[in-house]
Design a binder for this molecule. Structure first.
Ligand SMILES: [Zn+2]
Length: 92
């Protein structure tokens, strides 16, 4: 497993919180707002040798894996290109 590294940390807020008996910590909502996530959104939690990093889960196209121009259709995410391709095949 490769080691993730923080190459350009932009640390602007630091808090100290206790870890509870089951390993949870309370993170202020303003931290989540800053990275564009809210209640019930999925996030990625990554560990390095000396940090735990929480980042928004990036949605990828269900068909091609692209992260560009993603839209949610039902329960899946598709890129604009695949949506256009599906629409084109439907019309044929
Ligand atoms: Zn796609």
């Amino acid at each position: 497993m490769s080691k993730a590294r923080i190459t350009d940390p932009k640390i602007e807020n630091t808090i100290t919180k206790p870890i509870d008996e089951v390993g949870r910590i309370h993170i202020p909502i303003m931290f989540y707002k800053r990275i564009g996530v809210q209640y019930s959104d999925k996030v990625m939690v990554t560990s390095t040798d000396d940090a735990v990093i929480i980042t928004p889960k990036k949605h990828v196209c269900y068909l091609c894996g692209s992260q560009k121009d993603i839209q949610k259709c039902g329960e899946k995410y598709f890129c604009k290109s695949c949506i256009e391709e599906i629409a084109k095949q439907k019309d044929e």
